[in-house]
Write a protein that binds this ligand. Sequence first.
Ligand code: HPA
Length: 271
Amino acid sequence: MIEKFKETAKFLSNKIDFTPEVGIILGSGLGGLGTKVKNATIIAYEDIPNFPVSTVEGHSGKLIFGQLGNKKVVAMQGRFHYYEGYGMKEVTFPVRVMHFLGVKNLIVSNAAGGLNPHFKQGDLMIINDHINHFPEHPLRGKNLKELGVRFPDMSKVYNTELIKIAEEIATENNIGVQKGIYIGSPGPTLETKAEYRMFRTWGADATGMSTVPEVIVAHHQGMKVFGMSVITNVSEPADPNIETTHEKVQDVAGVVEPQMTKIITELINRM
Ligand code: HPA
């Protein structure tokens, strides 16, 4: 496996003349950030050796290398979800490759359902911890000890310094942000009312179908991690007849995208 990571990283390194310092997974809420990358070198996933190919509606698959603010970055436009049928090794493959490209920091965004009763649709949430509720673990199997330890400590995964900077940026720009625990579950179904209640009882503030695998792998290999969710729907809507649809999730994510983009671009500048 490690040879594949290296092979893919070498292929990509040959196309650029810098070392990206920051990796960004452009999930919901950050879709447009890719267009802000200057002097971009764009490589479609299907042209990258060993890369899985993205299929889900609303996500196109490419890597964008270039300059964002004062940093060299690599952004993933389109991620691989477990519910699409990928195994966790495929879901996290790009994050392993980022390590071999020299990336030291990972920024992740996603859409999530709000469980915390204080959350409203359209809120932004800084992730300060997570619960892994996926049935397959990305680190299962032989440990790649060149990359990290067999039993990684998980007590400080989301970097507290980056969280502090992001909160300062939000305050300076009059953007309200929540902070909380993200539970990653397999999907593709959204939760039943009973499942939303269960996740809340477990202590989670928001639920979604991504992020946790990539974050585990990033942390395993020693990257600093920052994650943010757009709360696209809430588990106890004022009108109980309101249903959650993929279209609604995307619409809400689009509305708050400028705010999330502002926080993330400025965070990258101040890292
Ligand atoms: N559940 C799971 N994933 C989601 C949700 C949700 O309610 N909203 C957006 N992504």
